[in-house]
Write a protein that binds this ligand. Structure first.
Ligand code: KG4
Ligand code: ZN
Length: 350
């Protein structure tokens, strides 16, 4: 990696293809979103009840070129107008990463532009600094709670390229726990939003489900015990579809357990990083109202600001990739065109 601090005067193109969203965005040097598009593959994976890597890679391959052309058209730009091309290089599914970075690298070579290999987790982490998202751009260090289907971690964001993992899940990601529990309740994939919807009519106190790691030191997470408890509860019911009221009560009890666990982990994380004045929650689970509200209450009580970006910037998107590219470019962090994809790429390895 070369370090050459740069003043950026032209827009940056970002590409995201690490999981089941194909996305492209063009941002002005000041972070203004000139154009953005996200194509979700949920419909293609739903029949299988989860993301199928080969289907995802094929879908990225067929969608990406026209998606990039379309964001450039909407921004009124060509490749030669750009300052750099940024693509998610990991962590994620190798097929999608190869498609996105292959395209980005090819275009960068053809247009003579710098290439930026973006860590997807850093992109989520730096989204909080996107101008216009909050009253004041948060200063380092701040705390990131990444709550998605593939990731569940708590990170001290100390600077561009400088992150410290404070805790992570020991088993399932929180979104995965929502999806698996929803499946047990007979709800469609992705289960998180469906589970939240039925939980609204349920009694969260009806089933006292386990809350693994509650009050334990540190801020690791664990959800498999909770999921197993729900599986046993469902298995103990008479055969056939669960009555609506019962499913709603289980969903509400599950959501209450997860909310308690996340709240406890946030308290611990804040104790580990007292200098942080801002907390950002990212990932699809940040869409959950009960969770958002509870985390917001904890932040307020401690005099901290909680930023939950709008959903389209919370879930996988390319705006965050382009923005991370701008931040890295400014810091003089440009990658070699030969930078590899890394399906596993912990933030601390940056
Ligand atoms: O960040 P994201 O869109 O993508 C990946 O993880 O790749 O997160 C998706 C996850 C899924 O597990 C989904 O069930 C969960 O976020 N999710 C929710 C809600 N909306 C999405 N979980 C709980 N409540 C929600 N409202
Ligand atoms: Zn993500």
């Amino acid at each position: 990696m070369e370090r050459k601090a740069a003043l950026i005067t032209r827009p940056v193109l970002g590409i995201e293809s690490s999981c089941d969203e194909t996305a492209a965005a063009v941002l002005a040097p000041d972070g203004e979103i000139l154009a953005e598009l996200v194509l979700s593959q949920i419909a293609e994976h739903a029949v299988y009840g989860g993301v199928v890597p080969e289907i995802a890679a094929r879908a990225h391959l067929s969608a990406l070129p026209s998606l990039v052309r379309e964001v450039l058209r909407r921004a009124g730009l060509g490749f030669s107008d750009l300052a750099a091309i940024a693509a998610t290089a990991g962590p994620g599914l190798i097929g999608g990463l190869l498609v996105g970075t292959g395209y980005a690298r090819g275009a960068a070579i053809a247009a003579g532009l710098p290439y930026l290999a973006i860590n997807h987790l850093e992109a989520h982490a730096l989204t909080a600094r996107l101008p216009g998202l909050s009253e004041r751009q948060p200063e380092f260090p701040y705390l990131l709670l990444l709550l998605s289907g593939g990731h569940c971690q708590c990170v001290a964001v100390e600077g561009v390229g400088r992150h410290r993992l404070l805790g992570a899940t020991l088993d399932d990601a929180v979104g995965e726990a929502f999806d698996k529990t929803a499946k047990l309740l007979g709800l469609p994939y992705p289960g998180g939003p469906a589970l939240e919807a039925i939980a609204r009519a349920g009694d969260p106190a009806r089933y006292p489900l386990p809350r693994p790691l509650l009050h334990r030191p540190g801020c690791d997470f664990s959800f498999s015990g909770l999921k197993t408890a729900v599986a046993q509860l469902v298995a103990a019911q008479p055969p056939g579809p669960l009555p609506q009221k019962l499913a709603a009560d289980i969903a509400a009890s599950f959501q209450a357990a997860v909310t308690d666990m996340l709240a406890d982990r946030l308290e611990h994380a804040l104790a580990l990083l007292p200098a942080a004045n801002t907390i950002i929650v990212a990932g699809g689970v940040a869409a959950n109202d009960a969770i958002r509200t509870r985390l917001g209450e904890i932040a307020a009580r401690r005099g901290k600001t909680l930023i939950a970006p709008p959903l389209r910037l919370c879930t996988d998107n390319a705006v965050m990739v382009a923005w991370a590219g701008i931040e890295r470019l400014r810091a003089g962090l440009v990658d070699e065109i030969s930078a590899p994809c890394r399906p596993r790429w912990p933030l601390e390895a940056l």
